[in-house]
Design a protein around this ligand. Structure first.
Ligand code: BGP
Length: 476
């Protein structure tokens, strides 16, 4: 069976403010957590919540500070997206452009104006903005003064920020996402929630308390968004990817189920509106005690999301056998046993297009709400040849296989509303801070140390993706 993609399917690409904009302290923007992440080996420990000093570390290079200069070049870049026929661009607002300290009384007008212009530019080209409120950036002032999402006060600051942008852009933005990859908080707590751990602190307790605050903040944002614009579609965003059991041993199967639940936990709350039973048991067994306000249950229950956004890069494999566990070699933050049936990217991320179909079916079975694939793609090293071309057939192959499985998922009955592949233009990598890990259809001349002209150049995949969109997924 081969049905077409829906007529109004949202084809496009996805970027995030901190990996793209640069201009990190310009026109009133405050410092955010991601601005404290250098490249190189110091990066990862900070991402885990071990921040040596607030800023700066002498002699380090901070890639978010200039990124790819999208702040000043967005018109040209959007023109290229329009040339590919984009129907949607997923991007994020930098919280600290709007409230530089996070707790300011008044928003920063220059920051608001920047996104006004950006959304106008997109609209003038017929491109729908899909806007993430928090994509891995928290104003540093909130971390220093309140301990970031450890503190309930953040719920209030975030709600105010959300209301401000919903109100300002109510005629320009229909699709919103609250927290990018909300489950990343458990794996990279500084990245996901600005968490810095004190000596001797119970990290699990802190993470789940911070998660509770984000979940309430997300529900309050949904509430405010719907009040301000009843037509707004407000989604959650999960770092997804099915976990396979290594063997048919029921212990492995149970382990795989629980690994998935670690992530589903967030979406169960955001979409079903309550803490699932398995989470309550987990809290009990791990002596986690959440402090909740009386009204929280009602807030979570009444303000669930309209759709489920998710990123998909890889599937995972788990085993309870210690000998097999030794085999753990996946480069992804989730950690995985090597899957003997699949290949990996240059960064060790398993490539599994069928896993996208499985994941989409799994999510749709669970939530019965529209799905939106808001990230997917292959991070690879691209070479510019002597003719100045980038022949990225490997990228085309990856995307083609995933789009095919997406189509299969639609034919399985999954309601899929869009696909925004990650980094349609080369941007800074979130996990490594490198430029050489590229996802784009458009090459950006810049290296890991921040050298290069920043010139943009179409890769071979540019024309390919244009045809995909033009044929509404027929011609892949
Ligand atoms: C997701 C993030 C993105 C992004 C992507 C690719 O986790 O939401 O911000 O960058 O992964 O990861 P990386 O850039 O590390 O290759």
């Amino acid at each position: 069976m081969k049905n077409g993609f829906p007529e109004d399917f949202l084809w496009g690409g996805a970027i995030a403010a901190n990996q793209t904009e640069g201009a990190f302290l310009e026109e009133g923007k405050g410092l955010t957590t991601v601005d404290l992440l250098p490249t190189g080996e110091k990066r990862f420990p900070i991402m885990l919540g071990n921040l040596p000093s607030f800023y700066p570390i002498e002699g380090e290079y901070y890639p978010s500070h200039e990124a790819i200069d999208f702040y000043y070049r967005y018109k040209d870049d959007i023109a290229l997206f329009a040339e590919m026929g984009f129907k949607a661009l997923r991007l994020s607002i930098s919280w600290a452009r709007i409230f530089p300290n996070g707790d300011d009384v008044e928003p920063n007008e220059a920051g608001l104006r920047f996104y006004d212009n950006l959304f106008d530019e997109l609209r003038s080209k017929g491109i729908e903005p899909v806007v993430t409120l928090a994509h891995f950036d928290v104003p540093v002032h909130l971390v220093e003064t309140y301990g970031s999402w450890k503190n309930r006060k953040l719920v209030h600051f975030f709600e105010k920020y959300a209301k401000t942008v919903f109100e300002r852009y109510k005629n320009k933005v229909n699709y919103w996402l609250t927290f990018n990859e909300i489950n990343m908080l458990l794996h990279l707590p500084f990245v996901g929630a600005g968490l810095v751990f004190e000596e001797g602190e119970n990290e699990l307790q802190v993470k789940y308390q911070a998660a509770h605050h984000q979940l309430v903040a997300s529900a309050l944002a949904v509430k405010a968004g719907h009040e301000i614009n009843p037509d707004a579609k407000i989604g959650c965003m999960l770092a997804a990817g099915m976990t396979y059991a290594y063997s048919s041993n029921p212990n492995d199967v149970w382990d795989a189920m629980n690994k998935d639940r670690e992530s589903f936990f967030f979406i169960d709350v955001q979409s079903r509106g309550e803490y699932p039973g398995y989470a309550k048991r987990f809290f009990q067994e791990n002596a986690i005690e959440l402090t909740m306000n009386e009204e929280d249950e009602e807030i979570l229950k009444n303000h669930t999301v309209d759709y489920i956004g998710f990123s998909y890069y890889s599937s995972r494999v788990t085993s309870t056998d210690p000998e097999i566990q030794e085999n753990t070699t996946s480069g992804n933050v989730f950690g995985s046993i090597t899957n003997p049936y699949l290949e990996k990217s240059e960064w060790g991320w398993t490539i599994d297009s069928k896993g996208l179909r499985i994941t989409a079916n799994q999510l749709y079975d669970r939530y019965q709400k529209p799905l939106f694939i808001v990230e997917n793609g292959l991070g690879a090293i691209d070479e510019v040849n002597s003719n100045g071309e980038v022949n990225d057939d490997y990228r085309i192959e990856y995307l083609r296989a995933h789009i095919h499985e997406m189509q299969e998922a639609i034919n399985d009955g999954v309601e899929l509303i869009g696909y925004t592949s990650w980094g349609p233009i080369d941007i800074v990598s979130a996990s490594t801070g490198e430029m050489k890990k590229r996802y784009g259809y458009i090459y950006v001349e810049r290296d890991n140390e921040g050298n290069g002209t920043l010139k943009r150049m179409k890769k071979k995949s540019f024309e390919w993706y244009k045809k995909v969109i033009d044929s509404n997924g027929e011609n892949i």
